[in-house]
Each structure stands twice: as structure tokens, then as C-alpha cells.
Ligand binder design. Structure first.
Ligand code: CP
Length: 315
């Protein structure tokens, strides 16, 4: 489906945003159009107070710069309030159940809950016991808001999504999983090049193949050939132990100028950040003219605001 021919209604049927697989292509487009509108209003300084009187809980189990700041500032910009709850300072860290936490947070009057650093089973349990929207700010298997922001950024830069090719190089982690589902649902082709043992999980790849063209390979050249976008992420994710063996296997999967030269001439470089220059990408690529990683990062703000507005049935 061509996003440029889609007419947004600025409505979402989904109450929660846990995984991109739960969203239809139309629902993804609704979010992307809402992000475009949010960004336009932000740029012209239009005041949008749609979260006035509402408080969002930010329950974070791991560290964050982009996700936290994009939510905290975004909620303020929409006239709302938030409570930042580090998981290790709540009774969850001492064994209180997810169910009791979820029910109680709703009773106290939170209007939405963002969870970061939880496993999928906990996300599902929070959603099952919450009357308020539950949003996945990163889990062990997925990073849906990051990838929605990435796809929004691609749409901005390339003017379309359909038939573009994104090549992901490196560890088949939660970002790679969400890219597979997000790109395939938006009619983008995605190729993942990873060393053996570090490909994305089979169930996610099979799910992505139901929606679009997904190629899994160990060949960087095959993945990057004719790519419009080359994407990478850190070798060792936050949820992983430092692993020298894994780093050694991924060493050859660094995005360099030579790798970029295998893609289309006008290919863009993307990274969800934080970046480790010299590990998964060389500095001349990360800071070079093809890199759009700071645009991706900025768009986290507009995208998060759009998601809050849509899930809380406002715009
Ligand atoms: N990309 C991303 O999620 O950034 P943070 O870890 O800083 O939130």
C-alpha cells in the first residue's frame, strides 16, 4: 500500500502499543501521519495542549537518553504531566506482582503507562490488567517506537516507503526484529546480514515473510546490494552480558565506507543510537554525509507524541 495515497483518519483501534505485529499497515500509517502533523506543529510553534489534566507513567527498567527525554519533553509539550518510575525503586524490584502494580497504577489515575526494559510476558500481563494504554518503550524482543520513528524518517527523506530496500547489518536484536515487521508491513524490502548464531529469531522472520520480502543472509554484499538504507545497531545490547565471543563474530559486520559503497549511490545510513564508533560503524560513516541518525533521534520526540495522542484518543 502506498503511504502517499493513504487518507489518515487520526484514529487507532488499538488501545496498547506492544508490538508492531499487532498493528495493521493502516494503523502504522495513522501513526506516521500523526507524527508528521506533530512535527509540523512543533516547527511552527503551535501549542498543542491535548494531554492537559493527564499523567503518563514512565516505568523504566533500564537506562535511556532518547526514549526518556522524548517522552518527558513530549508529554510536557502536549500540556500533560508524567511520573518517572525507575523499576528498581518500585516494589516490583522486591517481588510485587505485575498484576497488582498494573491495577494500582490505573486506580491512582494514570492515563497511560510506558514500560521499558520488561520482557514480553510482563508487557502482556501489564496490558491484561490495565484499563489504560500500555506502550512498549523497548523489550527483550522489540523496539516498536524506535522503528516507527525510523520508518517515519525514511518517509521524510525518501518521500515514499513502497519498494525501498533497507539492509540491516549486525546483531539480530530487538531493533532488527521490529525492523523486519515494520518494514514488511509498509511494503519495504528488508535484508538482514548477521553472522551465524546471531540472526533474528525464526518466528519473527516467518511473521515478517507473511507481510513482505524478508531476506536473511550472512553476506553483507548480498544484503546491501541495491539498498536505499543501510542500518546498524550496537553489537552488545543493553539486555546482553558483555560477550567477547559475540563481538569477535560481529567484528566483520561493521558498516564502513566500503560497505556503503555497495549500496545505492544515494543510500542513507541509519542507527538507532547510542553509537559505538569504531565497533559497529566507522566514524566516517556515522558522521558522514549519508548519515541521518540525528534526524532519527529527533523524530523520536514527534513520533512518541503522536502515539500518545492517538492511543489516548486525542490528536
Ligand atoms: N534508541 C534508544 O532507544 O535510545 P535510548 O536507549 O537512549 O532510549
Amino acid at each position: 500500500m502506498d503511504i502517499n495515497k493513504y487518507s489518515p483518519k487520526f484514529r487507532l483501534k488499538n488501545k496498547d502499543l506492544l508490538h508492531l505485529a499487532d498493528l495493521s499497515t493502516e494503523e502504522i500509517f495513522e501513526i506516521l501521519y500523526a507524527a508528521k502533523q506533530m512535527k509540523k506543529k512543533y516547527r511552527v510553534g503551535e501549542i498543542v495542549n491535548i494531554l492537559r489534566g493527564k499523567t503518563v507513567g514512565l516505568l523504566f527498567g533500564n537506562v535511556s537518553t532518547r526514549t526518556r527525554v522524548a517522552f518527558e519533553l513530549g508529554i510536557r509539550q502536549l500540556g500533560g504531566d508524567y511520573i518517572f518510575l525507575p523499576k528498581n525503586e518500585t516494589q516490583l524490584s522486591r517481588g510485587e506482582s505485575v498484576k497488582d502494580t498494573a491495577v494500582m497504577l490505573g486506580r491512582f489515575g494514570l492515563s497511560a503507562l510506558v514500560l521499558r526494559g520488561f520482557v514480553d510476558a510482563e508487557l502482556e500481563e501489564f496490558a491484561a490488567h490495565s484499563d489504560i494504554p500500555v506502550i512498549n518503550g523497548i523489550s527483550d524482543t522489540a523496539h516498536p517506537l524506535q522503528v516507527l520513528s525510523d520508518i517515519f524518517t525514511v518517509w521524510e527523506k525518501k518521500g515514499k516507503l513502497e519498494n525501498l530496500k533497507l539492509a540491516y547489518i549486525g546483531d539480530g536484536n530487538n531493533v532488527a526484529n521490529s525492523l523486519i515487521i515494520g518494514c514488511s508491513k509498509c511494503d519495504m524490502n528488508i535484508s538482514i546480514a548477521s553472522p551465524s548464531g546471531y540472526s533474528p529469531v525464526k518466528s519473527v522472520v516467518e511473521r515478517g515473510m507473511q507481510f513482505g520480502d524478508v531476506v536473511i543472509t550472512d553476506s553483507i554484499a548480498e544484503a546491501v546490494r541495491d539498498a536505499d538504507i543501510v542500518y546498524t545497531d550496537v553489537f552488545i545490547s543493553m539486555s546482553d552480558e558483555d560477550d567477547e565471543q559475540k563481538k569477535a563474530k560481529l567484528e566483520k559486520y561493521r558498516v564502513t565506507k566500503d560497505v556503503m559503497a555497495l549500496a545505492k549511490e544515494d543510500a542513507l545510513f541509519m542507527h538507532c543510537m547510542p553509537v559505538r564508533r569504531g565497533e559497529e560503524v566507522t566514524a566516517d560513516v556515522a558522521d558522514g554525509p549519508q548519515s541521518i541518525m540525528y534526524d532519527q533521534a529527533e523524530n523520536r520526540l514527534h513520533l512518541n507524541k503522536a502515539v500518545l495522542a492517538l492511543l489516548m484518543n486525542e490528536r
